[in-house]
Design a protein around this ligand. Structure first.
Ligand code: SAH
Ligand code: SF4
Length: 339
């Protein structure tokens, strides 16, 4: 059972079905979300015999951390194993003011971007709402979480219902109570669901993984572009930005000789202006076998200078966790290879 993915109402219904008073469900919900309980016997206020019986009958937390890497800059990357043996990663990124968690939404990814380890072997399954939420609660025990980004493995908008459920439970006042503005959902461009997001979660930040501003390059690098080419995607983005008054982010992995020409800088800058978007430039992290090359510092500087002259709003992302396989999917990739 997906205990971590249950709302307060679902908890009350479950305990009621066992002839227990509804407040017992509430107690368990509070203990999971606020106190880090991973067994029924750790739930404060639950009678001992009841808690022991529940632990004997059910496994409250069927998720285990099987590998961890800690970077010099404090970034912690954990590889989690779920009840069926599936693996996915989550990353804790602490800064002076924030504690951001990067969560996975699927086991693997069906999109298969050519620079990304997560998509190399396709997708195994969607993660449940509880499996997404657990990635946050797991790190919350070390330090209170302030922000959540759906940028681990998987395409969150292909697992739309579970992703939205995880947001509403993590935002629940009796849970972590995180404001919706603290969530960022990153998508490789599922046009239909982008439009849906504008209606369902207008306060959540949307990050679009653009990676190339022309169809020829983008279809090669982000295969989903064949289904929703740039013009279709931009129609969805137009609709989105008419309804939602929040700044959009454009993610752009810098791939030497692929997406860093002067023409591409101009096209990228136009798109960013159309949505008053902020561009995140992410130098490619080449830790596995891909056809792509990491740009030299001078390539990055040149592209940044062109964007600057065009008046675009952008940041070159620092390499958090560069020493620990921080690009998504890499820790899992290594574990499978090395056994
Ligand atoms: N599937 C969604 C969300 C997860 S991927 C999406 O694509 O938006 C999130 C980000 O991981 C990508 O946008 C990209 O910025 C980053 N990423 C993946 N592989 C990378 C690599 N090898 N080097 C640098 N960034 C990478
Ligand atoms: Fe999937 Fe995102 Fe990786 Fe592309 S970048 S393969 S969409 S996880």
């Amino acid at each position: 059972m997906d205990f971590y993915g249950w709302t307060q109402d679902e908890w009350r219904e479950w305990v009621s079905s066992m002839q227990l008073p509804g407040f017992r469900g509430q107690q368990i919900f509070d203990a999971i979300h606020r106190q880090g309980a991973t067994r029924f016997t750790e739930v404060k206020g639950l009678p001992k015999d009841l808690a022991e019986k529940l632990d004997a009958d059910y496994q409250l937390c069927p998720i285990e951390e099987i590998k961890r890497q800690t970077s010099n800059d404090g970034t912690v990357k954990s590889l989690l194993r779920f009840h069926d043996g599936s693996l996915a990663e989550c990353v804790s990124i602490p800064t002076a003011k924030r504690h951001t968690i990067c969560v996975s939404s699927q086991v693997g990814c069906p999109v298969g971007c050519t620079f990304c380890a997560s998509g190399k072997d396709g997708v195994t399954r969607d993660l449940t709402a509880g499996e997404i939420i657990y990635q946050v609660l797991f790190h919350h025990q070390q330090r209170p979480v302030t922000n959540i980004v759906y940028m681990g493995s998987g395409e969150p908008l292909f697992n739309y219902d579970n992703v939205l459920k995880s947001i509403s439970i993590l935002a629940d006042e009796r849970g972590l109570g995180l404001g919706r503005r603290r969530f960022t959902v990153s998508t490789s461009g599922v046009a239909e669901k982008i439009k849906q997001m504008a209606k369902d979660e207008p306060q959540v930040t949307l990050a679009l993984s653009l990676h190339a501003p022309d169809d020829e390059t983008r279809s090669r690098v982000v295969p989903l572009n064949k289904k929703w080419p740039i013009e279709k995607l931009m129609q969805a983005m137009d609709e989105y930005s008419q309804q939602v008054n929040r700044r959009i982010t454009l993610e752009y992995v810098l791939l030497k000789d692929d997406n860093m020409s002067e023409m591409q800088a101009a096209l990228l800058s136009n798109l960013a202006k159309r949505y008053k978007a902020h561009i995140n430039l992410i130098p490619f992290n080449p830790v596995f076998d891909t056809p792509h090359k990491r740009p030299e510092q001078e390539d990055i500087d040149r592209f940044a200078e062109q964007l600057h002259e065009l008046g675009a709003n952008f940041t070159v992302r620092g390499q958090r966790g560069a020493d620990i396989d921080a690009a998504c999917g890499q820790l899992k990739d290594k574990t499978i290879k090395n056994g």
